[in-house]
Design a protein around this ligand. Structure first.
Ligand SMILES: *[C@@H]1O[C@H](CO)[C@@H](O)[C@H](O)[C@H]1NC(C)=O
Length: 195
């Protein structure tokens, strides 16, 4: 390759590189909905390109009414015993539309994971939600299905992981300590030190 051809090729390569870098850096935010009526404290994309969003239930009403005049009656709720607003929505990315869902118990500091069948399994939370298991199946008309006392023990600030056999482990502080010990690291809870 002669020197001018080499320089030309090199410049062309640089230009191509920069062009693609600039294109990648050129992303921008676009406001698709002024408000969806709830806060998206948790968000999960499902395999049908819909995003499930939900927020705690003990913070008063949201700005989105439940459909069909439905209300949530919960004598143990710390803010509203009767709440006719939604705290969860399903957002359809392609259509840019959302619909209200009915989460029944407090999902504050709950955790979850997608199962191999595509269902979202969300567990635990606060107050009335601490032993709940909530399942959301990806379908156009589906809503949350809640299993009272689905967890044998309460879970708050837990982490969920899908195991190779398709089960889900819901671990909280104590389990995490145990795992650390298994890795031969001993964590002193009182002194916050590792041995
Ligand atoms: C509800 O509407 C009020 C008044 O417009 C606004 O201040 C608040 O942030 C909204 N809350 C949510 C969760 O959208």
């Amino acid at each position: 390759m002669s020197t001018p051809t080499f320089i030309f090729s090199f410049l062309l390569l640089l230009q191509l590189l920069f062009a693609s870098l600039t294109a990648a850096a050129d992303g921008s935010w676009q406001l698709l909905q002024k408000s969806i009526g709830i806060s998206a404290m948790h968000m999960q994309l499902l395999r049908n390109d819909r995003v499930i969003m939900f927020d705690r239930t003990d913070f008063g009403p949201s700005n989105l009414s439940l459909p069909g005049g439905k209300c949530r009656n919960d004598p143990t709720d710390t803010a509203l015993k009767v709440d006719c607003t939604a705290h969860s929505v399903e957002y359809d990315v392609l259509a840019n539309k959302f619909r209200a869902l009915t989460v029944q118990t407090d999902v504050w500091c709950s955790s979850g994971s997608i199962m191999p069948d595509g269902n979202l399994v969300q567990t635990g939370g606060f107050n009335d939600g601490e032993r709940r298991v909530r399942v959301f199946s990806p379908c156009r008309t589906c809503d949350w299905n809640e299993i009272p006392n689905g967890l044998a023990a309460k879970r708050w600030y837990a982490s969920n992981h899908l195991l190779p056999d398709g089960r889900q482990i819901v671990e909280t502080e104590k389990t995490k300590l145990l795992l650390l010990k298994l890795n031969l690291i001993i964590y002193n809870v009182n002194e916050h030190t590792f041995i």
